[in-house]
Design a protein around this ligand. Structure first.
Ligand code: GDP
Length: 230
């Protein structure tokens, strides 16, 4: 089936997001979970950049996707979370940058601001990248898009993934969990991993591989379903 994806914008805030009312599917996951590879495999094009610089993307990349006769939709490629490297020491524009953050995640809480100093300890850097992540993600999730949470099949039940599921799932749109890099697991391991994932997330989990193409047809079916009832 003919699939086409075109890059629309790197959105820094909700103001940059499309306003034409097409369905939106947000993709969320830890840095390095294989999100870019999966997007490229899905659309059979290299639109998303794979990890040359993990954790660097702080913007939501928006792609307009068409496939066969289905109504076009937007794929919102959100920044990966869980990235922990300290930024370069610098007195540049980072110093004192204020970013808006929902203190209680996308669902609610008061809008505040977090001070990001120019020189950060690794722990502070973790917190600030978390704050930046939360800022754009909370803006996107206010729109209640359908969402796919990507988790690495080899690491079921990580605290950060469980936390992400809590707000992805609670944000009002339809949501599903996808297990990436399933090709890296042997038969027994994958059965164990999927069972564990489904017990942690209390929902069915779709195994996929960007390398072998396993699960991609099913992922399109899932996307269509999320999109329709979203
Ligand atoms: P992102 O940071 O979530 O966008 O992750 P990337 O797509 O950049 O992938 C991170 C690393 O995992 C890269 O080295 C990819 O080649 C590798 N990778 C991604 N998807 C798969 C997969 O399905 N199978 C295997 N074996 N490796 C993968």
């Amino acid at each position: 089936m003919k699939t086409e994806a075109t890059f629309v914008i790197s959105a820094a805030s909700a103001r940059d997001l499309p306003r034409d009312g097409l369905a939106e599917i947000a993709m969320v996951g830890r840095s390095n979970v294989g999100k870019s590879s999966l997007i490229n495999a899905l659309v059979r094009q290299r639109v998303a950049r794979t990890s040359a610089a993990p954790g660097k993307t702080r913007l939501a990349n928006v792609y307009r996707v068409t496939r066969g006769a289905i109504t076009p939709f937007y794929l919102l490629d959100l920044p990966g979370y869980g990235y922990a490297r300290a930024p370069r020491r610098s007195r540049g524009p980072q110093r004192g940058t204020r970013v808006g953050v929902e203190s209680r995640g996308p669902q609610g809480g008061s809008r505040g601001g977090v001070e990001i100093p120019g020189v950060l300890s690794p722990a502070e850097a973790r917190r600030s990248s978390q704050a930046e992540f939360e800022a754009i993600v909370s803006e996107v999730f206010k729109r209640s898009p359908a969402a796919l949470l990507l988790v690495d099949a080899r690491h079921p039940g990580l605290a950060s993934d469980r936390a992400a599921w809590t707000w992805v799932h609670g944000a009002g749109g339809n949501a599903a969990v996808v297990a990436t890099k399933i090709d890296k697991l042997g038969r027994g391991e994958r059965i164990r991993a999927l069972r564990e994932l489904e017990s942690v997330f209390e929902t069915s989990v779709l195994p996929v591989s960007a390398v072998t193409g396993e699960g991609l047809d099913e992922l399109w079916i899932l996307i269509n379903r999320l999109k329709k009832s979203g």
